[in-house]
Design a protein around this ligand. Sequence first.
Ligand SMILES: [Fe+2]
Length: 211
Amino acid sequence: MDVRMLTVGAIAENCFVLRRDDSDRALIVDPGDEADRIMVPVRELGLTVEAILITHCHFDHIGAVAPVARETGAPVYCPQIEVPVLADIMSFVPGPFGPFESYDADETVAGGETLELAGFEIDVIFTPGHSPGHVTYSIRDEDAIFSGDVLFQGSVGRVDLPGGDWETLLASIRTLVDSHPPETAVHPGHMGMTTLGAERASNPFLAELAS
Ligand SMILES: [Fe+2]
């Protein structure tokens, strides 16, 4: 698997462009801002983007969905109960950020689906707690998850925003840890890469999960 991580926007959000080895079919996860930067590897490698996958609809993860969808023609997969946020982004943006262009989702996910896109089989896992509709995309055969703002290196997603809840988030993290091997690569929505095993062993927020 070839993964390009682009850290974009005012909140330093991680957008990912991924493909199977040297395939020309690609996916984009969470195009949060700076569409032109996100499109650089797509253009340079001549990639066909088969889908844009959204983990959750906080503005820093979706700010570039509309322009990236327009340029690639790719369908946008959005957590079902957060579709109204994507469709009216600026009503949910705090402070001086934006403007961002809204987008009407092409497909919805709620967790439990298996997507076949760009040569990948992708399990969609419902992982609420940071936001009410948050999902994690798990790439079969690659031991890799794209987990948005569920889990970070040494930290976890904040739970003080609307729809956030700590016990729910912890249960979501437990679901990921219990269903994946420890070497699973965590592609997080902020900060650097980590693994589920490393976080289970040393992340202070996950003390309840440590074995
Ligand atoms: Fe978030």
